[in-house]
Design a protein around this ligand. Structure first.
Ligand code: XMP
Length: 530
């Protein structure tokens, strides 16, 4: 029935945008985040974007990211010299630095002299725009094959390494700067300071960007987009949808209806958090659909992980669309907008640094005219996850929602190895609640990325409790540390905390007589068991 078309969301024009030109690999996102940590608004653009288009965005500065290529490789990305002649301050890093050097007439040698990892940097001009106030010897993160041996004319060489004669150059007159290394990674001990020096001293930008401004700008933008029409927002219990809904609620109040599908696979107290705390904090109108039975019926007899995922996804869309339909029937064609918690990394990763997300929901429920299309409202599309949390905090959302660790959409359904039943879910909910409580008490929430608690429902082992022999299920603890869930390592939790969790779970959760710790990194293991 309903489909959602990419919205003509009014992009908030920020007067102080810094463009990060993406030359590949994963550096651009990190640089963009670091620029925002310096309280300057940044956006990522592809290196294929014509320079005229970049300049049309009226950037206050441009940063050229690193990338996997050698400037000598065939087909390696190039840059139009015009970029350096427009009077816009430019900072090149790694590949961006070498590109700057070759484009402006410096020398980059394909010497095979490689540097990789932590490298000592010797600063030769201590009071320079980039290096002022930082030590003459500092550790930086290198990752390159080619090396710059002569800076372009008009540039001062301000740092070197044992291998690279020109590891940094600066031209204050033209406001062009570059470093061979990666200031954006934490291993470069003064990297953030050097980036800030470029932004504040080199480019003369004031650090004024805050998430507070984002709220004001987005509220205005949402009002302009939605007008006097109505919007629907699906809440998942996660941070993104909650913050998106709270922002839209702030902008258009009761013109927004939130829908929460309770699939019965949530953790203990999480549905209540949405039903009570979210509503109390935002005053949002909320429709809760109790679909537990429907989901459990659909999952009956199913053990295969992928089949479970498919069933949960399918049922979710059906229930959500049914709710949409009812709201539409009640409120009429005024309902024209669908709120989504799309984040900036989603936009960048889907290839559209400046484009719109392309989301279409399936056509499953009959009864709604086919030509009804919801326009998307995506108030978080410029934000990174940590910024979303800050916005949520400023909007007064409960800490439990704002600081919530990642939790999979299919919920506990994929943390029961075996068939999903109500009894097993209740049992897992108890064990999970104990683990979460103890980790929070021990102050470990920020240290771990997430800690799936898994019930091996198809496994039994012998135990002894009181005077009797037991034959119960094991619970697996899977605490992991990670930056982005793509790779992860198992968290080295203190033994006392593990002991406490284990004792409590085996004492307090019936039918569980063993607690085991998953000590597998990702790869080869995934974070979830299913
Ligand atoms: P894996 O298990 O692949 O998980 O290492 C990586 C991250 O993704 C989460 N995850 C999911 N999230 N729907 C979601 O919304 C899913 O089906 C799903 N599967 C895994 C997982 O919790 C981890 O953060």
């Amino acid at each position: 029935m309903s489909s959602a078309s990419p919205a003509a969301a009014p992009d908030v024009t920020n007067p102080d945008v810094v463009l990060v030109v993406d030359f590949g690999a994963q550096y651009a996102q990190l640089i963009a985040r670091r620029v925002r940590e310096a309280r300057v608004y940044s956006e990522i653009v592809p290196s294929t974007m014509p320079v005229a288009e970049m300049l049309a965005k009226n950037p206050k500065a441009i940063i050229l990211s690193g990338g996997p290529s050698s400037v000598y490789a065939e087909g390696a990305p190039r840059l139009d010299r015009a970029l350096f002649e427009a009077g816009v301050p430019v900072f090149g890093m790694c590949y961006g630095f070498q590109l700057m050097a070759t484009t402006l007439g410096g020398t980059v040698d394909n010497t095979g002299a490689r540097e990789y990892g932590r490298t000592p940097l010797h600063v030769s001009k201590a009071g320079s725009t980039l290096f002022e106030g930082t030590p003459v010897e500092q550790s930086v993160w290198m990752s390159h094959g080619d090396a710059c041996s002569a800076a372009p004319e008009g540039f001062a060489v301000t740092a070197s390494t044992d291998v690279v004669p020109v590891a940094a150059f600066e031209n204050d007159e033209k406001k062009l700067y570059g470093v061979q290394y990666h200031p954006e990674v934490l291993h470069s001990t003064h990297g953030q300071q050097i980036l800030e020096h470029f932004l504040y001293r080199g480019a003369g930008i004031q650090p004024t960007w805050t998430t507070g401004n984002v709220i004001e700008e987005q509220v205005a933008a949402i009002r302009a987009q939605v007008g006097d029409k109505r919007a629907i927002c699906g809440l998942s219990g996660g941070v993104d949808s909650a913050v998106a809904a709270a922002l839209v609620q702030k902008a258009i109040g009761d013109q927004l209806t939130c829908v929460y599908v309770d699939h019965g696979l949530m953790r203990k107290d999480e549905t209540e958090q949405v039903e009570k705390d979210f509503v109390a904090a935002t005053g949002a109108r909320l429709v809760v659909v109790d679909a537990e039975k429907r989901f459990l019926d659909a999952l009956a007899g199913v053990s295969d992980p992928e089949t479970k995922r498919k069933i949960i996804g399918r049922e979710f869309i059906r229930v959500f669309e049914q709710a949409q339909l009812e709201i539409l029937q009640e409120e009429g064609p005024e309902v024209a907008f669908l709120v989504q918690g799309t984040l900036y990394p989603d936009i960048v990763e889907s290839g559209g640094g400046t484009g719109t997300a392309n989301i279409k929901s399936h056509h499953n429920v009959g009864g709604l005219p086919d030509d009804i299309e919801f326009e998307l409202v995506e108030p978080l599309r410029q934000l990174f996850k940590d910024e979303v949390r800050m916005v949520g905090q400023e909007l007064g959302l409960p800490e439990e929602i704002v600081q919530r660790q990642p939790f999979p959409g299919p919920g506990l359904g994929i943390r029961i190895v075996g068939e999903v039943t109500k009894e097993r879910l209740d049992l897992l909910r108890e064990a999970d609640a104990i683990a979460r409580e103890e980790l929070t008490k021990a102050g470990l929430d920020r240290e771990i990325w997430q800690c799936p608690v898994v019930l091996l429902a198809d496994v039994r082992s012998v135990g002894v409790q009181g005077d009797g022999r037991t034959y119960g299920h094991p619970i697996v603890l899977r605490p992991v540390s990670s930056e982005d869930a793509m790779t992860a390592d198992w968290s080295r939790l203190p033994y006392e905390v593990l002991a406490k969790i284990s004792t409590r779970i085996t004492n307090e959760v019936a039918d569980v007589n063993r607690v085991v710790l998953d000590v597998t990194s990702k790869p080869p293991g995934t974070i979830e068991w299913e």
